[in-house]
Write a protein that binds this ligand. Structure first.
Ligand code: GDP
Length: 342
């Protein structure tokens, strides 16, 4: 039981972890995501279909907020550029970073650079958030005490026998240790999980360990209050008009809610499951009644294109929404002016 907003004593339910998958190019991130998502995205990307920042959800057993029954939300960030785009509140949307390292190529210096960037950004955003929300007892408790890291060593099907496997793992673990990242084998708490996205070996174990990690982090959020989330993506979609992808972080979002999305606003016309989340039809993307914390959804009803990385909040009225959006636009304008002046 914790002190909620407005001094109410509430027990926030557990929410699914949000996992961000990162890795050096060609190490197998897309194939791994694809195996987790069980769709044809890797093939589509090879064919030149746009790579957009997305998310999908792996349902848990008996999902619905029951302990142990939580799913996993996976963010697909294409790397460096995505973090730039998500500069406002993006990093804080992540609970667990899953680093993908190829068993045959080993750890790349560049990968660690991106990781360091993410950590710095996380710390910065956390500080901002604490200031905005009044620190202890506030909403910060829904977020992890720090970014949690896990490592998936992939392509292990390319190794021959247990000996090669141990050698490859050990090499990667020592390379990580050289950068202060201590695996369980070396006395730390970072889980290193061998997998193959091609044969599927180790994937159930990987998901189990993500769930275990999430349980330890004890991620909680209110499901009743006004919804809040972060914009992952926005654009025009044939047959839908303006659509924004939102990762929910707090409260709930329902049809008819008035939202401010970054510097734009609108009334929610419809909420759809994330494009790549497995839905009833096997393809995902069906209508949902209520978007809850950690759920990636697509939202229809915005009037203008919002900026990915910015925050979405539910407000009481259209007048309020218009005023908040306007104030944000003006603040952004002032920032741009100051930046050019400096
Ligand atoms: P990304 O750039 O990190 O997204 O890497 P990709 O997922 O595109 O993978 C790069 C190459 O490695 C592709 O040719 C994949 O088929 C191959 N690959 C990825 N994962 C595995 C794996 O688990 N086993 C094997 N044998 N090949 C893999």
């Amino acid at each position: 039981v914790r002190e909620g907003r407005g001094g109410r004593r509430v027990e926030w339910p557990l929410r699914p972890p949000v996992v961000c998958v990162m890795g050096h190019v060609d190490h197998g991130k897309t194939t791994l995501l694809d195996a987790l998502r069980q769709s044809e995205v890797a093939a589509a990307e090879a064919g030149g279909i746009t790579q957009r920042l997305g998310a999908f959800h792996i349902p848990g057993v008996g999902e619905g907020g029951e302990e142990g029954g939580l799913g996993i939300t996976v963010l697909d960030t294409p790397g460096h550029a995505a973090f730039k785009a998500m500069r406002m509140h993006g990093a804080l949307a992540t609970d667990i970073v899953l680093l993908v390292v190829s068993a045959t190529d080993g750890l790349q210096e560049q990968t660690l650079e991106v990781l360091r960037m993410l950590e710095e950004q996380w710390a910065e955003e956390e500080e901002d958030f604490r200031m905005q929300r009044g620190g202890e007892g506030g909403k910060m408790e829904v977020f992890s005490p720090s970014l949690s890291l896990m490592v998936a060593v992939t392509k292990v099907d390319k190794l021959h026998g247990e000996e090669e496997m141990q050698a490859a793992l050990s090499k990667i673990e020592h390379a990580l240790a050289a950068h202060g990242i201590m695996s369980e084998a070396l006395g730390g708490d970072v889980q290193v999980v061998p997998v193959s996205a091609v044969t599927g070996a180790g994937l159930p174990d990987l998901l189990d360990r993500v769930r275990l990690q999430a349980e330890m982090l004890e991620l909680r959020a209110d499901r009743e209050g006004p919804g809040e989330g972060v914009i992952l993506d926005a654009g025009m979609e044939r047959g839908f008009g303006m659509v924004m992808s939102v990762l929910m972080r707090w409260g709930s979002l329902v049809q008819g809610d008035v939202v401010v999305a970054g510097e734009q606003w609108g009334r929610v016309k419809k909420i759809l499951g994330a494009r790549n989340s497995p839905g009833k039809d096997g393809e995902g993307g069906g209508a949902v009644d209520r978007a809850l914390p950690s759920m990636p959804v697509r939202v229809l009803g915005l009037r203008d294109l919002p900026t990915p990385g910015q925050e979405v909040i539910v407000v009481k009225s259209e007048e309020r929404a218009e005023a908040v959006a306007k104030a944000r636009r003006e603040a952004a304008e002032r920032r741009r002016y100051q930046e050019t002046a400096a």
